[in-house]
Design a protein around this ligand. Structure first.
Ligand code: 5GP
Length: 143
């Protein structure tokens, strides 16, 4: 089966271009981290490369090499910020695997023992809660 090409007008590309807002956590020349608007748990964030690819399957390994250290940095900060027992890192490739936005991204989600995740792409969180949670993560990054 053939795979569709990267669409430069996907929602995360629009976030990168500043065409739609996001609650940003971290940015460098290659990578952006921001809050997921439909968090599966408090502190759910996304890490994306600035270079477009649909997912891992068509990503340049050189892009992955810049991206993964930021995934790690954000995971450590999110664990600290939410006093999490663990961190769930997820990444889906193509609709059959659960992918809904076709710009490579890693989910970083704080987990607490015995607390189930909310559904994937469930309810939208308020901007005030997203901003408050982002401040906690940014504070943990500064420590
Ligand atoms: P996927 O299923 O592709 O792995 O996940 C896409 C994620 O992007 C979902 O967790 C969803 O909540 C999140 N998302 C979808 N649209 C937006 C948006 O406009 N802004 C932000 N910040 N997150 C989004």
């Amino acid at each position: 089966m053939t795979t569709a090409a990267y669409d430069p007008n996907n929602i995360f590309a629009k976030i990168l271009k500043g065409e739609i807002p996001s609650v940003k956590l971290y940015e460098d020349d290659h990578t952006l981290a921001f809050m997921d608007v439909m968090p599966q748990a408090p502190g759910h964030l996304l890490v994306i490369p600035k270079t477009g690819s649909r997912n891992m399957l068509d990503a340049d390994p050189a892009v992955l090499a810049k991206l993964i250290p930021v995934v790690q940095k954000m995971a450590v900060a999110a664990k600290e910020a939410f006093e999490a027992d663990g961190i769930y890192i997820a990444q889906f490739n193509e609709p059959a695997a659960g992918q809904t936005v076709f710009h490579l991204h890693f989910h970083v989600i704080p987990r607490h023992e015995g607390q189930p995740l909310k559904p994937h792409t469930g309810g939208m969180e308020s901007i005030d809660v997203l901003k408050a949670n982002a401040e906690k993560i940014k504070a943990a990054m500064d420590e």
